[in-house]
Design a protein around this ligand. Structure first.
Ligand SMILES: [Zn+2]
Length: 337
């Protein structure tokens, strides 16, 4: 049995609709016997798959946090076939602060799997998710956005799949979610993955997994939130968990590979010349870095090393060396019309 110190207030074997906290012991000056309250909810009814839906892996990514909160309030036990477990603020201290990483230990949850039950709070949360929750799961869906620094169009992310069966399952999930874009990784996933992400944890424990990037900039977009809520219900319907839901017609998804990032090598103020989804050509200027502190200096010209589209764009104006300005993606060849 796992050596986690986290105690769940909900019984994962109990039928019905349940809510409570994962209690992570955290003894501090103002609270000697205190604990960090990571919210967890569950609906269990009849036979069906076990699904973990997660948001707040990064604390400044909000569409998933809202969509999953609304979903739990909306669903009744009788609507569900199987067991639906939801974490709305997986790295609770980060989500409560509205920051990417935890203010307690600077932990980036999505870089700390498989975690450590005796480590920092973020490591202990990672360990609980990987060692306690993931082994129960048939499916794991993780809802991200670009966070404070990046902006994405609504994009599903997935591995290509290791077997024909896994490929078919992942493609079916992608079609069900029906985001405008899908970023298909060129490899990764599976039981031997060393990835330190939640998707890596799911792969190691045998859960079928996808994630999504849904907007960003530390804001909430109504069109993307609408698409997220619709997509989550379509996902659950597609795996038999929401039988009464009636999906509308699919709008279609453009499959992409990410060619690479375009990074800042200078400090200054970033002027983007492309928005997410815009077409870019190899060698084309896509941005500039200006130096308002020395207005007589020429700006630094930012060009794309690839043909494709601008997928993610830096949201913040100030940049320094090492910051990602754009992520450039290209259509997957076999799908080009
Ligand atoms: Zn994220």
């Amino acid at each position: 049995m796992t050596e986690t110190l986290i105690r769940s207030e909900i019984d994962f074997a109990a039928d019905g609709k349940h809510h409570g906290f994962l209690r992570l012991p955290h003894s501090v000056h103002r609270s000697a016997y205190g604990w960090i309250p990571v919210p967890i909810v569950m609906i269990k009814n009849a036979d069906g798959p076990t699904v973990l839906l997660m948001a707040g892996n990064h604390g400044d990514e909000y569409e998933g946090q809202i969509a999953l909160t609304k979903l739990f309030r909306e669903l009744n036990t009788a609507d569900i076939r199987g067991r639906l477990i939801i974490m709305t603020m997986a790295n609770y201290p980060a989500a409560e602060a509205g920051t990417r990483v935890s203010p307690i230990d600077a932990g980036n949850l999505n870089r700390l799997f498989p975690g450590d039950p005796r480590g920092t709070p973020t490591q202990a949360i990672a360990h609980y998710i990987e060692d306690v929750l993931m082994p129960m799961c048939d499916y794991f869906f993780d809802f991200h956005s670009g966070g404070s620094s990046l902006l994405y169009p609504a994009t599903l992310l997935r591995c290509p799949g290791h077997t024909p069966e896994e490929r078919a399952k992942l493609l079916a999930l992608q079609k069900a979610f029906d985001a405008p874009y899908a970023w298909v990784f060129s490899g990764g996933g599976g039981p031997s993955t060393k990835a330190r992400t939640a998707m890596g944890a799911a792969g190691r424990k045998g859960a079928t997994t996808i994630m999504a990037e849904l907007g960003g900039g530390g804001t909430v977009s109504k069109p993307i939130l609408d698409l997220t809520e619709r997509g989550i219900k379509r996902l659950l319907h597609s795996i038999g968990m929401l039988p009464a839901y009636q999906p509308d017609a699919a709008r279609g998804t453009r499959e992409l590979h990410v060619s690479g990032s375009v990074d800042a090598y200078d400090s200054g103020v970033f002027e983007p010349l492309k928005e997410p989804g815009d077409t870019v050509g190899q060698g084309e200027q896509i941005g500039a870095i200006h130096h308002p502190e020395e207005p007589w200096r020429d700006p630094v010209t930012i060009c794309s090393p690839y043909d494709g589209i601008a997928l993610a764009k830096r949201f913040m104006g100030r940049v320094q060396r090492g910051d990602c300005l754009y992520q450039i993606a290209t259509d997957i060849e076999e799908n080009k019309q």
